[in-house]
Design a protein around this ligand. Structure first.
Ligand code: PHE
Length: 343
């Protein structure tokens, strides 16, 4: 047997294969053709097996030829098979009608945390009043958290804060008030902002968690007075707690406001007559506020003769507790789904 004879036979094998492939019309045809042309009894495979019995000088050429034909056959089979599988897949999809009577899969969609919801509600309210939203870092410097807020190192108010220190002069902010300074440094009046964010204090009990949330408010403009502050806080209280709530301002002290006030809202549960939630006082404290102490303007290069303003700060967890009658602040962060899903 010489090489041209083998080549001839392999070539006619390939042609036979190709003409059968041309008339194949489904996966069964492909399976049948595959057995016939690549099975152990096929000519090509037999030829490959017999190479060893050929004269030495034609073995390499015969092997090469047989292998290349084998490969061509296999590639073509695979290609056609993929093609018919796609057709069958499409047909299957088309023939399957969904059974609309089957019970739906149970899903537990996530929802916004109650604190995020209250923040959003308060943001909406203040945006409606023309305020913008500002932000500041949670890892803060001593300068912004205390110094520039008129609270120098030896100031007694510092001890009230139970600060978490990070290193040197870096700390976790104990309040959102540093955003006041950061914002004033970068902007000129008129300023109407609120700044929501997390704050940190070393405290943990029924009414304190080491991380909690505040919303700071700051207004600086020409001719701002205490009446503007009172109106703003009343509007806030009525929108968030209900029109029938009364608002009361009590004199207080903050290093960065003068005069300062603590703001109470009449208790929703007893309607002001006194109950356990309001410790029989009829009032619930919801925020701190006051006129911006003119000393702050020195830190941000404003002229205290030209502008004045007011600021306020509220604890969001407190507001959510009063709004929804929640009596333990730690519930917000225990991640008990039975609690979280209620809102
Ligand atoms: N930063 C104060 C606190 O955390 C609240 C406050 C803000 C008071 C702005 C007055 C003005 O207690």
């Amino acid at each position: 047997m010489d090489i041209s004879e083998i080549q001839e036979k392999l070539k006619s094998e390939l042609e036979g294969f190709k003409s059968e492939m041309a008339s194949a019309s489904n996966l069964d045809d492909i399976a049948r053709i595959r057995t016939r042309y690549t099975g152990s009894k096929s000519y090509t495979i037999t030829a490959l097996g017999n190479i060893g019995s050929l004269p030495r000088e034609i073995r390499p050429a015969a092997g090469k030829e047989a292998n290349s034909i084998k490969k061509e056959i296999e590639d073509l089979l695979e290609e056609k098979e993929r093609y018919f599988k796609n057709i069958r897949f499409d047909a299957d999809l088309r023939s399957q009608k969904p059974d609309l009577t089957l019970p739906a899969m149970k899903t537990h969609p996530g929802r916004r945390h109650i604190i995020s919801q209250v923040i959003e509600e308060i943001e909406e309210l203040f945006i409606g009043l023309g305020f913008e939203i500002a932000e500041g870092p949670e890892a803060e410097t001593d300068y912004y958290n205390f110094e520039a807020l008129n609270t120098p190192a030896d100031h007694p108010a510092r001890s009230l804060h139970d600060t978490f220190f990070i290193s040197g002069k870096t700390l976790l902010r104990t309040q959102t008030s540093p955003v006041q300074i950061r914002y004033m440094e970068k902007h000129q009046p008129p300023i109407y902002i609120i700044a929501p964010g997390k704050v940190y204090r070393r405290d943990y009990d029924i009414s304190h968690t080491p991380m909690f949330t505040q919303i700071e408010g700051l207004v600086v403009d020409k001719g701002i007075n205490f009446g503007n502050l009172k109106w703003t806080l009343e509007t806030f209280a009525h929108e968030i707690f209900g029109r029938e709530r009364k608002v009361r301002l009590r004199p207080h002290y903050f290093p960065f406001t003068e005069p300062s006030a603590e703001v109470d809202v009449s208790c929703k549960i007893c309607n002001g007559s006194g109950c356990r939630t309001c410790s029989n006082s009829g009032w619930l404290e919801v925020l701190g506020a006051g006129m911006v102490d003119p000393n702050l303007y020195k830190f941000v290069n404003y002229d205290p003769e030209q502008v004045n303003g007011f600021a306020f700060g509220m604890g969001i967890e407190r507001i959510a507790m009063l709004k929804y009658g929640i009596d333990d602040i730690r519930l917000f962060y225990d991640n008990d789904l039975r609690f979280v899903r209620q809102f």
